[in-house]
Design a protein around this ligand. Sequence first.
Ligand SMILES: NC(=O)c1ccc[n+]([C@@H]2O[C@H](COP(=O)([O-])OP(=O)(O)OC[C@H]3O[C@@H](n4cnc5c(N)ncnc54)[C@H](OP(=O)(O)O)[C@@H]3O)[C@@H](O)[C@H]2O)c1
Length: 324
Amino acid sequence: MRSKTFNWGILGAGKIAAKFVQDLSTVPGAVLYAVASRSIDKAEEFAEKHEIKVSYGSYLELVEDENIDIIYVATPHTFHFEHSILCLEHKKAVLCEKPFGINLGQVETMISMAKQKNVFLMEALWTQFLPHFLFVLDLTKSKKYGELLELKADFGFNAPFDPEKRIYNKELGGGSLMDVGIYPVFLSLSLLGNPENIVAEATIGSTGVDENCTIQLSYSNGVKAKLYSAINETTPTTATLSFEKASVIINGRFHEPSSVSIQTNGELETKEFPVTTHGYNFEAAHVQKMLEENRTESDSMTFEKSKQLISMLDRIRKEINLEY
Ligand SMILES: NC(=O)c1ccc[n+]([C@@H]2O[C@H](COP(=O)([O-])OP(=O)(O)OC[C@H]3O[C@@H](n4cnc5c(N)ncnc54)[C@H](OP(=O)(O)O)[C@@H]3O)[C@@H](O)[C@H]2O)c1
């Protein structure tokens, strides 16, 4: 039986916040306590829809609320830094949406602030906590099918063109790499570590953001990862891991709860990982566990992993000449 409960605050009442709170309501011990929006009407509407106790018309009121244990930051990329810092300054634990910051400098400052304030901080890279992903990590680590020789992963979706909306808006950190390309890059980092060399090419659209991005990562042992992201095209969003003795496919969409197919000598076996939520409950439950253990850093989505991830994204952006 759980004894401890956690009062969650939601900062920013956008699309992902709505999905996240649906899953949060399934997590034992999680209390949907408060939501803050820049508009009180929007906050109240969100609170009513998701049965959240308190609504605020400013982010400041949320971080000042003494009853809140943890704040989920769900604003556009370019605000993750400012809003996480705001929470940390008020000694509030933070689960911040991906990408953690817009560059390594921001991420390092956020981490320093969390350490200085002795407060929990984690990037909401939810894939890290999904059962099928953990299965693939174990399978790779155990070398059950030998060495991993090549990785291919894509994530493309067709977002209707709107220069104002965050996906195409450069001021909000738009573009495919930071929004969805982060998942293939995260997968490569998780399976293969830091690459020796990165080659990338992008199609930069009229708003100045990458509408698609092709990336090749090379590792010192000769292994290659071939990655692709797009916001103007729907792609299978699968990951194929070619091992010496098998081909392992994380079926689409690989970054969210999915199944894994293993092909060996002409035989195909598919392993299902049934989940009844979107899958955000796994990261939320992990955060609560960390808080219960009085940790200020996740033992799974570590500061080091977030720093390595943003460093890879920085290196790729340098290759495609994309600066925010
Ligand atoms: N983990 C995942 O699966 C996943 C999926 C989608 C998105 N995300 C991440 O979540 C973040 C938000 O994405 P989203 O799709 O939810 O975006 P969204 O629908 O546009 O929502 C973002 C929210 O941020 C707030 N905001 C604060 N300042 C803003 C500004 N200047 N312009 C626009 N919005 C502003 C707004 O909330 P108020 O108006 O209520 O203040 C807005 O509703 C992104 O960083 C994205 O990478 C993660």
